[in-house]
Design a protein around this ligand. Sequence first.
Ligand code: GDP
Length: 298
Amino acid sequence: PGPAPAGLLGRLFKSDAAPAPEAPRRVLDDAMLESLEELLIASDMGVDTALRVTANLAQGRMGRRMSAPEIKAALAAEIARIMEPVARPLPIYAKRPQVVLIVGVNGSGKTTTIGKLASQFRAAGKSVVIAAGDTFRAAAVEQLQVWGERAGVPVLTAPEGSDPASLAFDAMTRAQESGADLLMIDTAGRLQNRADLMEELSKIVRVIRKKDPEAPHNTLLVLDATTGQNALLQVEMFRKLADVSGLVMTKLDGTAKGGVLVALADRFGLPIHAIGVGEQIDDLQPFDPDEFARALVG
Ligand code: GDP
């Protein structure tokens, strides 16, 4: 099941609901563009990006009589054009272990995403190690252990409240010694004290670089798509805390607000490595810009 946010254009073209011999046409004029803008903004695309999309749509098409399917196709194509450059699977390095740091606010889907990724890499024949770096949240560690079991991947833990950097160092050692292909390090997502979190993240990076100066090879920011425009603020914030190299967007199965992905692509250009489309282990998919744009437009 791909992401299927509710269609945006239904309201504009209500008359199309009953099959007509020929699709009714409407002139693409300022009023129509304004209605489209409103719909795009309602999908959490943000004003700037919505205006850019409709401006691109208008180019060479103003005054033309278009049917709903024609407008939908043109709109989807404009959205896909913004999304294509960011649709990039997680780059795989020859380096062993490839070290992936996972960051994001609590509840965004970090644990679930780590479990899903672990399962995918295992299925591809890779050996994976997970470090439960959110040592202050016992429940997070337990959840990660459950996911590790599901994926058939060892989860390294440390006593509650202990130094995450020290766990990360041990995990690096273990991953190197066992010749693991991939080490995923979970991190804390509490934002109450950002200075603390920044220090915690930079210490993890400092420590793992003692073992491999190029680590982490990726820093994935996990974002919950249902938080809408808030996702933009989270990117801004986490880019100050860590060297974010790409995004995973979760919960795209449950939202009509997927427009925020377009705003993210437009504003930051960070790669979207994968999307979460459910709570099960297989519910992680590569990001497909055309499919996404068509689903968003409806
Ligand atoms: P963490 O606190 O960042 O580690 O977040 P979790 O991985 O524990 O996820 C928080 C909640 O979101 C859990 O109930 C997950 O089942 C749910 N969740 C995570 N990813 C997805 C997704 O792609 N779709 C849906 N529907 N739920 C998700």
